[in-house]
Design a protein around this ligand. Structure first.
Ligand SMILES: [Zn+2]
Length: 328
């Protein structure tokens, strides 16, 4: 299906200033909180001083099912060079990504193009206006990394946004291990969906939404509402992505129905009920932190229909999270 994947405008100029390869095994983890180490994958919202806001995209349930850490995940089995995603085995110099043409040729540069598109979209979102600033960085790491305020992260944690330093952390090995074990096929748009979701957490950070999170587990918990809203924001960008520019030139030349259906499949695969079932566990809504597959798909779709109005993503006011229109 590579031929149907999203394409970038060859003439678009890329801004690589916020995307970097952080290398591997950075930091000893001494004194830090090991994200993968103790089942603390849930969002930690500290009142007052040191704000720690760890929003794990996917892996919370896996960590718990595996009894802590990423020990149960086979992160050594890199397949490398998967179509459409950043090669987890290779460090990459992101400053070499100059144009949309590069993004069509290299998954690493595609990551830059998607980030540029997300930044352009949210910078022009009327309801954010003056409060907007882009995320500080997307840090692509390999194995383990030290965050600024969210402790030490390793591959098993999955992609996440750290509000302590406003950085999106991503070990691409996630796609070739965890995501693959769940039956997912990492395509160009799957990578875009994941980054768009994490970017959604950055938007929540800017809007102060993270401070609304009081309950961190359960079918109707604030954590689930926060996560579904990030999916909804990803949908908002998806619907408008083709209109984003580098200032003059469009960034994305083609985003097809095939891409959207890949996004919906990814949203299914990271649903709490799907993960519980796939990992051979019992479906236990009381343990949910991100929402069911159906809910994640429904809110991604709601975002696409929101018409650039973030109120269409008000998961916190929804009476029934399975029905995004049920704003109460
Ligand atoms: Zn998330």
């Amino acid at each position: 299906m590579q031929g149907d994947d999203m394409r970038f405008n060859p003439k678009a100029r890329l801004d690589t200033s916020r995307v970097r390869d952080g290398g591997g095994s950075g930091g000893s983890g001494g004194g830090g909180i090991s994200l993968g180490g103790g089942g603390i994958g849930l969002p930690h919202i500290a009142g007052g001083g040191g704000v720690i806001g760890v929003i794990i995209a996917v892996i919370v349930i896996l960590i718990q099912l595996h009894g802590g850490g990423s020990g149960g995940l086979d992160t050594s089995a890199f397949t490398g060079g998967s179509v459409g995603i950043v090669d987890p085995g290779q460090q990459f110099d992101y400053s070499t990504c100059k144009t949309g043409d590069d993004a069509n040729d290299h998954p690493e540069c595609e990551l830059v193009a998607v980030e540029n598109s997300l930044t352009d979209y949210w910078a022009h979102q009327p309801q954010l206006a003056a409060s907007f600033s882009p995320e500080k960085a997307i840090d692509v790491f390999h194995g383990q990394t030290q965050t600024g305020g969210c402790g030490t992260a390793d591959t098993g944690v999955g992609p996440f946004y750290c509000s302590g330093d406003q950085i999106i952390y991503l070990d691409p090995a996630f796609y070739t291990t965890v995501f693959k074990q769940l039956g997912g096929d990492a395509t160009t748009f799957v990578q875009a969906y994941v980054i768009a979701h994490e970017y959604g957490h950055h938007i929540q950070d800017l809007l102060g939404t993270m401070s609304k999170v009081r309950t961190q587990q359960g079918q109707n918990s604030d954590s689930v509402r926060l996560e579904l809203q990030a999916d909804c924001y990803a949908g908002m960008w998806t619907a408008a992505a083709s209109g984003t520019t580098d200032g003059t030139e469009p960034i994305i030349s083609e985003l097809t129905q095939q891409d959207i259906s890949e996004g919906l499949t990814a949203a299914k695969i990271v649903g709490d009920d799907y993960i519980e079932q796939t990992m051979g566990g019992r479906v236990d809504p009381g343990s949910w932190t991100h929402g069911s597959s159906a809910e994640r798909q429904a809110w991604f779709t709601a975002g696409m229909r929101a018409g650039n109005d973030i109120r269409g993503c008000d998961t916190f006011s929804a009476k029934d999270l399975t029905k995004p229109a049920s704003i109460g």
